[in-house]
Structures are given as structure tokens and as C-alpha cells.
Design a protein around this ligand. Structure first.
Ligand code: ADP
Ligand code: MG
Length: 237
């Protein structure tokens, strides 16, 4: 298993990446070399304000590196235009945000199916979108008939599972989660991560989760501290 992982093209590779928020001299992030192996489930730990969300935004391509290279599923996204990055992200990356970012007045079904709208390649991987979304809800142990409920009426734990279904639909090769469990108690966190891993394994997706909370560490293949792979300007100065 370890050998298979090592032989494959990494799902994610960052090299000599540098980023500074425009107009903010005080925070700079640089990542000399970081690899996420295909199939790997990695937890990246760092305290609040250390640059975890900035790093995920760079990998997503919602912001772009000032120098260096980020390769996702074999494509160097630093060479893509903004529009190309948007489409690439929609096709290749399933995202679970800290606040879930569901549309509260839309149905659960519409929320889950939304990413497919902007992702032609991802849509091709889904034969029957509604049926697959329903199946994901079932696998994530959401209540029966949840697909037609308004997302905003669900509990936090249920909304988190809907966010996971939205990330998983169309089996994107990379799933990234930004502190998705911070609002949950330890048992609910652990069972959420277990279900997410089960489903990402069957989808063939690699998982990168960032958090300030080390309690989930034993569920992951690998745990890395952001400070071991990245230098922030404040530390470097
Ligand atoms: P974390 O996710 O680890 O809490 P962030 O990546 O959100 O850390 O933040 C790292 C640094 O970047 C902080 O100093 C934060 O203020 C700054 N930052 C984050 N988002 C923005 C933004 N949109 N514009 C300017 N600065 C930002
Ligand atoms: Mg953050």
C-alpha cells in the first residue's frame, strides 16, 4: 500500500510557493516543498492565524501564488488563468468550508448538486445526479427525505454532512476541509471523519484537512504541523 502510494503521481505538490496578502506586509507564507500522496488522508495542524485557510485558498486557486508552483492532480494551476482555475477547482476539488457555506433557503438536494453545475468533467462522472445525492445522504446517515428539506432548517451536525455530500458528489480526486468539525463534540467529530474517509475511499479521493485541533489525529494516515512545511514571514523575520 505504502509503495503504491509512493509510486503514483502525487495528488498535490507545492514547490517554492510564496504568497503575501495584498497590502499586508505583516503576513507572508512560503512553502518550500509539500506533497500529498494520492489516496492519502492528511491532517495539517496549525494555530489560528497561522495561514491554514490561506494555504487552502492557494491550492483551490481562489488566490494565486506570487511565485512557485502548485500542482493538483498533475496540473500546474499556477499556469492557469483565473477562469481556468475556477473550472479546474469545480472539476477536481471537493470543498468543505468551516461554516459549510450552504445556501440556507435552497433544498439539501440543490445544495449538494450545485458544484456539478460549474464542473463539466465532474458531471460526467455522475450518471444519475439526484439518485447519487440521495445515496450520499443515506450513507452519511442523514434522515430520510432530507433531500427536499431547506438546508437552513437542519442541525449543525446535519449541515456538516450535507457539506460533505456536496464535496463528495462527482468523486473529485481531492477533498479539502477547513476546520469542518470545530463546532462539534468529540464523538460527533470522530464519526463524521470516519464517514468522510469511508466515502472518500470509495470515491478514490485524497483528503487534506486543516485544523487547530489535534484530537482527530489518530484517524489520519499522516499528521503534519504547518510550521514544519511552511515559513510565515513573521517567523522568518
Ligand atoms: P488560519 O486559517 O490558520 O486561521 P488564515 O490563513 O485565515 O489563518 O490567516 C493567516 C493570515 O492571513 C492572518 O494574519 C490573516 O489576518 C491574514 N488574512 C487571511 N485572509 C485575509 C484576507 N482575505 N485579506 C488579508 N489578509 C488575510
Ligand atoms: Mg482558517
Amino acid at each position: 500500500m505504502t509503495q503504491d502510494l509512493a509510486a503514483a503521481t502525487p495528488i498535490l505538490h507545492l514547490q517554492d510557493v510564496r504568497y503575501r496578502w495584498p497590502g499586508r506586509a505583516s503576513f507572508g507564507l512560503s512553502v518550500p516543498n509539500f506533497v500529498l500522496k494520492t489516496g492519502e488522508k492528511l491532517l495539517l495542524l496549525g494555530k489560528s492565524g497561522s495561514g491554514k485557510s490561506t494555504l487552502l485558498s492557494l491550492i483551490c486557486g481562489t488566490i494565486s501564488v506570487q511565485s512557485g508552483m502548485i500542482s493538483v492532480a498533475g496540473t500546474d494551476i499556477s499556469g492557469l488563468s483565473e477562469g481556468e482555475r475556477d473550472r479546474f477547482r469545480a472539476d477536481q476539488i471537493g470543498l468543505i468550508f468551516q461554516q459549510f457555506n450552504l445556501l440556507p433557503y435552497a433544498s439539501v438536494g440543490d445544495n449538494i448538486l450545485l458544484p456539478l453545475r460549474f464542473a463539466p468533467e465532474r458531471r460526467l462522472r455522475v450518471e444519475a445526479p439526484y439518485a447519487e445525492a440521495t445515496q450520499l445522504c443515506k450513507q452519511l446517515e442523514l434522515p430520510k427525505n432530507v433531500m427536499s428539506a431547506r438546508a437552513g432548517t437542519l442541525s449543525v451536525g446535519q449541515q456538516q454532512r450535507v457539506a460533505a455530500a456536496r464535496a463528495l458528489i462527482g468523486s473529485p480526486p481531492l477533498i479539502m476541509a477547513d476546520e469542518p468539525t470545530s463546532a462539534l463534540d468529540a464523538d460527533t467529530q470522530a464519526s463524521f471523519v470516519e464517514l468522510l474517509f469511508e466515502l472518500s475511499r470509495s470515491a478514490g479521493s485524497s483528503v487534506l484537512m486543516v485544523s487547530h485541533d489535534a484530537r482527530l489525529a489518530n484517524q489520519f494516515d499522516r499528521v503534519v504541523n504547518l510550521s514544519d512545511i511552511a515559513v510565515t514571514e513573521a517567523e522568518a523575520a
